[in-house]
Design a protein around this ligand. Structure first.
Ligand code: ADP
Length: 489
C-alpha cells in the first residue's frame, strides 16, 4: 500500500487529513497490510532516517530529493520527501493568507517522488491511495505518464476527499509544467471553468473515490454541498463510498486522560462531576449548587461560519436567555472571537470564552460538559462529536455529513439514540433542540441512558481500516478485470 498526502501526524498537521494519514497506516498493518505514507519533509521536521536520494523531475524542473523513512509501526512507515527549494518555507501551503504560486509544482513533485520511490522498490504497491487535491495527480499520472511503466503500469488507485472546499485550482498553462498534455484541458478531464483542478484529476481517474462519511458522500453530489463538483461526482456515483474517520481512542479515553482531575467510565460517572467542577473553575465560574445543576454546553471549534457560528449569532439573544452555562474554546474569524469575548464579559457567571488553541482545555471541556454543541453548516466527518460520546457528553448537532452518521436523535425512538439532531439550519431549530436537550437533562434516568449509548460506541480506527481494506480489494479486483472505471457498477 502506498498512501500519498500533504500532511500526516506526528510530522505535519493543520487539519483532520493529518490524523487520517497518521492513523490509517498502523491500522492497516494491524490487518496484515504493509503501508507506506509519503509526504513532504517541511521546514522544521527532523524525523526520519535518510534511506535514499535520487533526482526527481517535473516538467523539466529537476531536483535531487532525499527520502527519509520514519517507522509508524512494524510494517507501516512514513517516507518524508526532502526538497529544500520546494518545502522549506514558513507554511505548508502559503504564507500570510496567500498560497505559494508554485504549489502545482510542489505537489506534482511530491506525487512524482512518491511514484518513483515506489517504482525503485521493483514491485508495484497493490493500491495507491491519494488524498485531497495535493495528491490528485497520482491517479492521473498512473493513467498517463506511468500507463506503460514496467513496474507501476496498471496499478489501481483510490482517491479520498477530506474537504471538497479545497480544489487545487490553477492556470491551465501549468499543464506542460506538470508533464501533462493539452488534451487534459477538457471538460471531462482536468478543466474546471477555465482553470485546471488537481482535485478533479483525482476524481476522474481514480478507480474508486472515498470521502469521510456516508452522508457527506451523498451530500457532495448535490449543488448545495458540491462546490461545483456535484456533476462530476454524480457521474461517478457508483465509484463513490463514504467511510467514517476513526478517532484516537488512546488519546481520547476518559478512563486514562491525564487532563482530567479523575478518571471515569460508563459504570461510574463520578469523575465527570469532578471534571465539571474543574472546567467551571478554569473559566472562573463558581462551582456551586446552581452552576452544577445547570446544563453545561461545551464547544471546541474553529470559529468560522462553516461551524455554525453564523447561526449562533442569529440566535444570540434567545440563546443567552436560556438557563444554561456555555463554555467555548476556539480561534477563527475576529467577529466571532469578539462576539464570545463580549458575551463572557456580559454574563460572567454563565458564559466562558477562551480564544486560542489549547489541547488540555479541549479535553477538560469534553470531560466536564453535559452537552457538546456542533451546529455546523456542513461537516465532512467531524471528530468532536465522537470524542464527546466517549466522555458521556451528549452531542447536540446539525444533521449533516458525519454528524448525521454518528448522532441519532432521541425522538427517533431508536434504541441506539445518543444525542439531539436538528435538520433545518435556522435559529428556531437550534433553540428548540437545545430546549429538548435541557428538558431531557432534567430527567436523570433518560439522560444516563443517552450517555451510556454514546459511551458504548466503537469509533476506533480498526473499524474504519476494515472499510478501507474492502475498497482496496474492490480496486484490485477492478484491475484484475481490466476495467478502468466502475461508473454505474
Ligand atoms: P475541522 O477539522 O473541520 O476543524 P474536526 O471536528 O474534524 O473539525 O476536528 C477539529 C479538531 O481540532 C478536534 O480535535 C478539535 O478538538 C480540535 N480543535 C479545534 N479547535 C481547537 C482549539 N481551539 N483548541 C484545541 N483543540 C481544538
Amino acid at each position: 500500500m502506498l498512501l500519498i498526502g500533504s500532511e500526516a501526524q506526528p510530522f505535519a498537521k493543520t487539519g483532520g487529513l493529518a490524523d487520517v494519514l497518521g492513523a490509517l497506516p498502523p491500522a492497516l498493518q494491524r490487518l496484515g497490510w504493509d503501508a507506506t505514507v509519503v509526504l513532504p519533509r517541511y521546514h522544521g521536521v527532523s524525523a526520519g532516517t535518510l534511506s535514499r536520494t535520487f533526482p526527481v523531475s517535473v516538467g523539466g524542473y529537476t531536483r535531487t530529493a532525499g527520502f527519509y523513512e520514519a517507522p509508524l509501526a512494524d510494517h507501516a512507515r512514513a517516507v518524508l520527501v526532502e526538497c529544500p527549494d520546494l518545502y522549506h518555507r514558513d507554511g505548508f501551503y502559503g504564507a500570510d493568507g496567500v498560497d505559494y504560486p508554485d504549489n502545482p509544482r510542489r505537489f506534482a513533485f511530491l506525487v512524482r517522488a512518491a511514484l518513483e520511490y515506489a517504482a525503485k522498490r521493483g514491485t508495484a504497491p497493490d493500491v495507491i491511495h491519494a488524498h485531497d487535491w495535493q495528491a490528485g495527480l497520482a491517479p492521473v499520472y498512473l493513467k498517463t505518464v506511468y500507463a506503460a511503466h514496467p513496474v507501476l503500469g496498471g496499478t489501481p488507485s483510490v482517491f479520498t476527499i477530506h474537504n471538497l472546499a479545497y480544489q487545487g485550482l490553477f492556470e491551465s498553462d501549468w499543464l506542460p509544467r506538470v508533464d501533462l498534455g493539452w488534451d487534459q484541458f477538457a471538460v471531462d478531464r482536468l478543466e474546471f471553468y477555465g482553470h485546471i483542478s488537481f482535485l478533479k484529476g483525482g476524481l476522474t481517474d481514480a478507480q474508486l473515490i472515498t470521502t469521510v462519511s456516508r452522508r457527506y458522500a451523498e451530500e457532495i453530489q448535490t449543488p448545495a454541498f458540491g462546490f461545483g463538483f456535484d456533476g462530476v461526482l454524480r457521474a461517478r456515483a457508483g465509484a463513490l463510498v463514504g467511510i467514517l474517520n476513526g478517532i484516537d481512542t488512546q488519546e481520547w479515553d476518559p478512563a486514562r486522560d491525564p487532563f482530567l482531575p479523575a478518571p471515569f467510565g460508563a459504570e461510574d460517572l463520578s469523575g465527570k462531576r469532578a471534571a465539571k467542577i474543574a472546567v467551571l473553575k478554569r473559566y472562573g465560574i463558581t462551582a456551586d449548587e446552581t452552576s452544577l445543576t445547570r446544563p453545561l454546553v461545551g464547544m471546541v471549534s474553529r470559529m468560522v461560519a462553516q461551524k455554525g457560528f453564523d447561526l449562533i449569532e442569529a440566535a444570540l439573544d434567545r440563546l443567552t436567555a436560556l438557563d444554561a452555562t456555555f463554555l467555548v474554546l476556539g480561534t477563527g474569524e475576529p467577529r466571532y472571537q469578539e462576539m464570545w469575548r463580549a458575551l463572557a464579559v456580559r454574563y460572567p457567571d454563565r458564559i466562558g470564552a477562551r480564544i486560542g488553541f489549547d489541547e488540555s482545555l479541549a479535553h477538560l471541556i469534553e470531560g466536564g460538559a453535559d452537552m457538546f454543541l456542533m451546529p455546523s453548516r456542513f461537516e465532512p466527518c467531524g471528530l468532536n462529536q465522537m470524542y464527546s460520546m466517549r466522555y458521556g457528553t451528549v452531542p447536540v448537532v446539525h444533521g449533516v455529513g458525519g454528524l448525521a452518521d454518528t448522532v441519532t436523535d432521541v425522538s427517533s425512538g431508536n434504541a441506539a439514540a445518543n444525542g439531539f439532531v436538528f435538520t433545518d439550519y435556522t435559529p428556531e431549530a437550534l433553540l428548540g433542540t437545545l430546549a429538548r436537550a435541557f428538558s431531557t437533562f432534567g430527567n436523570a434516568p433518560s439522560w444516563h441512558a443517552l450517555q451510556a449509548a454514546g459511551m458504548q460506541q466503537d469509533f476506533s480506527w480498526d473499524r474504519s481500516a476494515q472499510e478501507y481494506v474492502k475498497i482496496y480489494r474492490r480496486a484490485i479486483g477492478l484491475r484484475a478485470e481490466g476495467k478502468g472505471h466502475t461508473d454505474g457498477s
